[in-house]
Structures are given as C-alpha cells and as structure tokens.
Write a protein that binds this ligand. Sequence first.
Ligand code: NAP
Ligand code: ZN
Length: 349
Amino acid sequence: MASVRAYAAQGPKSGLAPFEIERRQPGPQDVKIQILYCGVCHSDLHTARNEWKNTLYPSVPGHEIVGRVVAAGDRVQNFRVGDLAGVGCMVDSCGHCPSCEEGEEQYCENGFTGTYNGPLFGGENTYGGYSQSIVVRESFVLRIRHEEKDLPKVAPLLCAGITTYSPLRHWKVGPGMKVGVVGLGGLGHMGVKLAHAMGAHVVLFTTSPGKAEDARRLGADEVCISRDPVQMARHSASLDFILNTVAAPHDINSFLSLLRRDGTMTLVGVPENLHPSPEVATLIFRRRSLAGSLIGGIRETQEMLDFCAAQGIGSDVETIPVDYINTAYERMLRSDVKYRFVIDMSTLG
Ligand code: NAP
Ligand code: ZN
C-alpha cells in the first residue's frame, strides 16, 4: 500500500479537507495514474453531503480524472508509462452478466464499483479523484487523444461528456431532429455541444436568462427561459427528444408537454428529493415516453472521447486549486460556474 494525499469529507456537514488515503500497489492488470486534473461533478456534492443517503465516510469524491500513467503491471497491454489516461465513474464490474457482456458495465447486474463511494451494495469504500494518484484495472482506463494542453477541458468528458453522449446516441439524435437540453450546467453544456455536433437543432431550456448568449456560442440554435410560460408555449408538442440534466426537483410536466408524438424525455439529473410525478394524460395523448439514463459503458466512453478529440470538443472549465473546493460547491449550487470546475491536482502539494 502507498499513502496518497487527498481531499475528503468526514461527514455530511464537515466540508472537504486534506486527508491521507492508502492506494494498493499496482497488480499485473493495473495501471497507476498520477492525477493531473479532476472535474467537479454535482454528484460529488450530492455524495460529500450524503444527499443520496448512501455515503460511506471518509468520502473522497471525483470521477472526472485525467492524468499520466506512472506504472503499469506485467499484463497491461494498452498503456505504457508516460501515456495520458482517463478514469470515469466506474473502476470495476462483474464482467460476466448480460450488461457487462454487451459493454454496458454501468448497468452491471451485480452492481458496478464506483470510482468513489465503493461498490453500490456494501463492501469496501473506494476513493475518487480528489487525490494525487489512483490505481485502476486496465479495462476501466480510457485513452486520451486530445493534446496535453487541453487536459483540463477533457476531464469533464469522463462523466458530464459520457452521461450526455450516451442517451443522445441511444435515442439516435441527429440531423432533422429538434432536441431540447434542460439546464446549462456541467452536463447540460456538454449536451448542447454534443447534440449540435451530431447535427440536431438544439433548444436550450434554462432558468438563468444570463446564460442565453453563452448557450448560442456553445451550439444552441434557440434558447428558452423555462420560467416564462409564453416562451415555453412556443415549443409546445414540437421536440423529438429532451435531455433533462436538472439537479433539483421541478415540474417535469411542463417539459413533457413540449414533446411531439412519440417523443422521449430522458432524465439524467438525480435530485436529492423527488420530482412531482408526471401527469398520465400528458404521456398517453401523444404516446410520449419518460426515461432515464446512467453514464455510459467503457467502450462508449472511449468512442465519445475519440469523437470529441476528432471534433475539437472539450468542456468549458474554470480551473481551481483544491483548497477552493468548498467554495466551488457553493457556487455550483447557485449555478455560478461556466460550466465545470476542474481541480488542478498539482495544488494538492
Ligand atoms: P450542475 O452543473 O449543477 O447543473 C445543473 C443545472 O440545473 C444548473 O446549472 C441549472 O441550469 C439547472 N438547475 C439547478 N437548479 C435548478 C432548479 N431548481 N430548477 C431548474 N433548473 C435548475 O450539475 P451537473 O454536474 O450538470 O449534474 C446535474 C445532475 O446530474 C446532478 O443531479 C448529478 O448528480 C446528475 N448526474 C447524473 C448522472 C447520470 O449518470 N445519470 C451522471 C452525472 C451527474 P440553468 O441555470 O441553466 O437553469
Ligand atoms: Zn459525475
């Protein structure tokens, strides 16, 4: 075992502070990565504060990890010391259930192992990317093809990127489709960029009028202030697909009614408390669907990273030192970030 510096929450109200963790020595199939940057996902905040009531403490969040390989086991085939590498939300899964066999490890029927907060159903805690280094089985390590100078912009792709890319691909978003993205935060701004790159007509729904200009720069064709009923009515029954990234409970019926016949709204936000339930009539009269989607599999995450590298897509980031994290969480809650905080891990000392 090796001692590694990290930032951890010790309880729901403690905030995050310096903490030492132990990492295993790399085994034959393991890659050891020196973490250079780690994105700050709203899930980190939900977890650090036990908002989902399943946090194991001490909690070291962070699942948007990019860095450099500093050691590789004997049986590692695709990574060498010095390579750039990424780690997203998962570090292991059973490998033999139907979901794993189809490359959908996020739906592992025996429960995947999260990069932080351990196996979902009991077992040892895992520690995430707010730390100097991490040791991960090669099959859960991603290759980075972006230029090294772009690394801070790549980190958020490992969660915000794949969580928006996967449903956009699953619901076959492309040219000729009118697609709504709800919420312009970390996930939402990647949703706008990716749906635009896939050729869709993109409408961004936001509660923040000040984000309208940015949204257009990011690739939105139209912007709708979701608190304005007149603006909302203009899109009634017109959207093929909606990606809803909002991190708080809200009236999802007002968005469902914007779907045309056979349209789908997919929820990716996981609020602390429930949304008011959907109205049955809103669903049945136009055969609308309400769906959910969880991150994406490893193969699809690599596909997304390669798509973004080829298209020159990265996240819009504000790079911060690690001791800014508690302030960053407060600003994220106020939607005051354009559009992802990324920790420069060299500031961990
Ligand atoms: P974020 O950066 O905080 O963005 C959330 C956005 O939602 C905000 O920027 C804001 O956009 C909007 N919003 C916030 N409060 C709102 C309210 N009360 N009513 C309406 N809109 C509101 O968060 P994120 O990192 O993108 O994460 C979003 C959610 O996805 C979180 O719950 C996170 O845990 C979850 N998540 C899920 C998965 C998955 O696999 N399904 C993966 C990662 C994250 P505007 O200012 O534009 O309105
Ligand atoms: Zn995340």
